[in-house]
Design a protein around this ligand. Structure first.
Ligand SMILES: [Zn+2]
Length: 548
């Protein structure tokens, strides 16, 4: 099988260099990748076409690696980007097998003695899969791209157009690698007059249901928002419990109405996201006493395919208002009952539901406090960034600070956004470029299907978060404004370069290493598809993209 041996060997080499997110391993792996590329004859002749760009102020000296093949036939500006991330998640999930996580051969021997779920056991015994951390997410994907680069570099003389390879760190949390690669992409565009036709990512693909044998080609990436709720109630002593308003009650109502609510799944052309999922719910009481909590905090993972941020905000406001009303009605009802037990005179409780956005809070306080407000906030944020505070907490602290400066002491729900924000994008049929990309993908899978017997399906969105999010942005300006205006300290906390992404506007598709159980200790990779079908398909796609 063409490419099989090369991709396999390189995959094992890359897997053998641990590169867990937030470690110096990411740097070591980047250097190994650059070294591999520099040994290719083409790059020996063109040493300037492999280079590394360190991330700004990075604790581990992590870097992006680039390699450019400039076709020597004609002077086509058409350029295909091949990219992938080089970090992996940690290995704690491997438990006592941890020390074998980066050694697929040893891990395979050890797994023979482990009680495995039936499907995993079957895959292990079949010999068609290899196990290990990063095998599928996504070192084999990077290896396949590198072998494609090596292959195409041999034909640079006959190549019309260009190939740009990019290996990026820090994907598994903040996507800093790809975000910092954007200025480099723009510089290259200007320096060499490149026209980016498409970017092909190789992040992992998996079966979508039991027994699913199809291989998916994704024409874009799901987006993600993190809507947050800061809920201020009114504290009281447990001895006078009906005099207070417990923010946890509002939080609980809100959790129940949003969490896993399938009506809130976003969809585009019949493709649905997963529903919003709660990632945090806590009150903000620091220690035990008999006072009820004053405030609570919750946030949701909110996947997007199409819905603009202003609409999400509107919907969250509505949900919060309804939850607030339900809590007031409940309290009033219980209080009335309690008064009846005691034969006491009942006076209706006087709570008023109030839900505001961060922008409304900020504008109001800014009017009262003036420019001193911004100074105060930036001082606070600077200190928290320097001390490595979680960015969600930084945003919360800003909201707390602004709220504390407002004269209003009434209970309220404040809605805001916090990191990360991943733009959603997909290839649509409305533009000439979009139609061209769709046609090429269709032609590619038709040919590959005939040649290999694989069954393919094209989908609009890669379902997990990926670096492809940052190459194209479908959110319109009003949507972005709603996000930035309600995102405390966007510029300092999570400045996604929206303008750059819009200018670059690169259709971001995903082919992908084929595996199962990414991010689990049973992570495994299908050898035949990934080592042989995938690189062949990539070469075919490059040929079509450069000549369509
Ligand atoms: Zn990945």
């Amino acid at each position: 099988m063409p490419f099989y041996k090369d991709v396999k060997e390189l995959t094992l080499k890359l897997v053998g260099i641990p590169s867990m997110n937030n470690s110096a391993g990411e740097t070591i792996l980047a250097e190994a990748i650059a070294e591999y590329l520099r040994k290719i004859d083409y790059f020996k002749q063109h040493p300037d076409y492999v280079w590394e760009v360190p991330l700004k102020d990075d604790l581990y000296g992590r870097k992006n690696v680039f390699a450019l093949i400039k076709g020597q036939k004609g002077n086509s500006s058409r350029t295909v980007i091949l990219h992938g991330h080089i970090d992996t998640v940690g290995v704690d999930d491997f438990g006592i097998l941890k020390e074998y996580a980066f050694d697929p051969a040893a891990l395979k021997r050890k797994l023979k003695d482990v009680n495995l779920p039936p499907e995993v056991k079957q895959d292990l015994d079949s010999g068609e899969w290899i196990f290990g951390r990063g095998v599928t997410d996504m070192k084999s994907g990077v290896a396949a791209h590198m072998v494609v680069i090596k292959e195409i570099s041999k034909m640079a003389r006959e190549l019309e157009g260009n190939i740009l390879f990019m290996a990026n760190p820090v994907e598994e949390n903040q996507h800093t690698g790809i975000i910092e690669a954007l200025p480099a992409l723009q510089e290259l565009q200007e320096k060499y007059g490149l026209e980016y036709v498409v970017a092909i990512n190789n992040d992992y693909i998996s079966p979508l249901y039991n027994g699913d044998k199809k291989k998916y080609i994704y024409m874009g990436a799901v987006g993600k928002l993190l809507p947050c709720f800061y809920i201020v109630g009114r504290e009281t002593h447990v001895g006078q419990c009906y005099e207070g308003l417990d923010p946890n009650l509002i939080a609980a109502e809100l959790l129940k109405s949003i969490n896993l609510n399938a009506d809130l799944c976003d969809q585009y052309k019949g493709e649905y996201t997963l529903p919003p999922t709660a990632l945090k719910l806590t009150d903000l009481k620091p220690a035990y006493n008999v006072q009820t909590p004053l405030a609570s905090f919750l946030y949701f993972n909110y996947f997007t395919h199409d819905i603009p941020v202003d609409k999400v905000l509107e919907m969250m406001k509505e949900k919060a208002y309804e939850a607030f009303v339900r809590v007031i009605n409940f309290l009033d009802h219980e209080y009335q009952k309690y008064c009846k037990f005691l034969g006491q005179n009942y006076q209706p409780l006087s709570w008023k539901p109030k839900v505001i956005t961060y922008k409304e809070l900020y504008d109001d306080v800014k009017q009262q406090v003036g420019p001193a407000l911004d100074h105060k906030i930036s001082q606070l944020v600077k200190e928290m960034l320097a001390s490595g505070t979680d960015t969600r907490l930084i945003c919360l602290k800003v909201v707390e600070e602004v709220k504390s400066l407002s004269g209003d002491k009434d209970p309220v729900v404040v809605i805001f956004f916090a990191p990360p924000y991943c733009p959603h994008n997909t290839v649509k049929g409305e533009s000439a470029r979009g139609r061209e990309v769709m046609q090429v993908i269709k032609d590619v899978i038709e040919e590959m299907s005939a040649a290999t017997g694989e069954e393919f399906e094209i989908r609009q969105f890669f379902p997990s978060l990926s670096d492809s999010s940052y190459l194209k942005i479908d959110d319109p300006d009003e949507s972005i404004n709603a996000l930035i205006n309600n995102f405390p300290e966007w510029e300092n906390v999570y400045p996604v370069p929206v303008k750059k992404i819009r200018q670059l506007n690169i259709p971001a598709i995903n082919f992908g290493a084929y595996g199962k159980d990414a991010h689990k200790w049973t992570e495994r990779l299908n050898k035949k598809y990934t080592f042989s079908v995938l690189p062949r398909m990539t070469i075919l796609a490059i040929d079509k993209f450069l000549h369509s």
